[in-house]
Ligand binder design. Sequence first.
Ligand SMILES: [Zn+2]
Length: 181
Amino acid sequence: MRGKGKTAKELELKVRGFYYEDNQDSWFSRFTPSYTFDYLAFGRLINTGLYKNLEELRKYLKEATGYYWDNNVFRFSNIYGTEFAFSINLDKNGDTITVFSATSDHNLRNWQIVPGVVDEILKTADMFTMGKCLCSLCREEMKLVDIAGAYYGGRFCKRCWEEGYKGSEPMKAVEARESYN
Ligand SMILES: [Zn+2]
């Protein structure tokens, strides 16, 4: 039998999505807890400055669920019900917010948190729901199905991928140097 699971406490851990690692003699979570704000709550969070306290909320969620890692856990949903992950960077020179697709593999954009930024974020989020995004290099709008290549969180149009942009190296050459091993 794999792992523990005999006592009520151990069964509870299993039901909650934990597994037991024999060689480390401890329990780890298979789930990722997340906290999703609807678009109204998200707007309030950013506009009132309450986002500065998100780290406390993250720690609370981590402790409450027994989650092991320090991953970002915050999300918002737009009016179409698409979820996006976001992370906040507090900086004395100006706080910034980065928005990702729900799986965190596509970096939609990074913004300075200034008045009006919520509208800009939601516009970009809605664009994504409609199947469009901005090229991470030239910033031109494109359809998601026309994404020619990906490099980390970046998504690139055919031109930037194959020829580069304004004298820069083609992104596919940059990507080719990367070892994913
Ligand atoms: Zn481009």
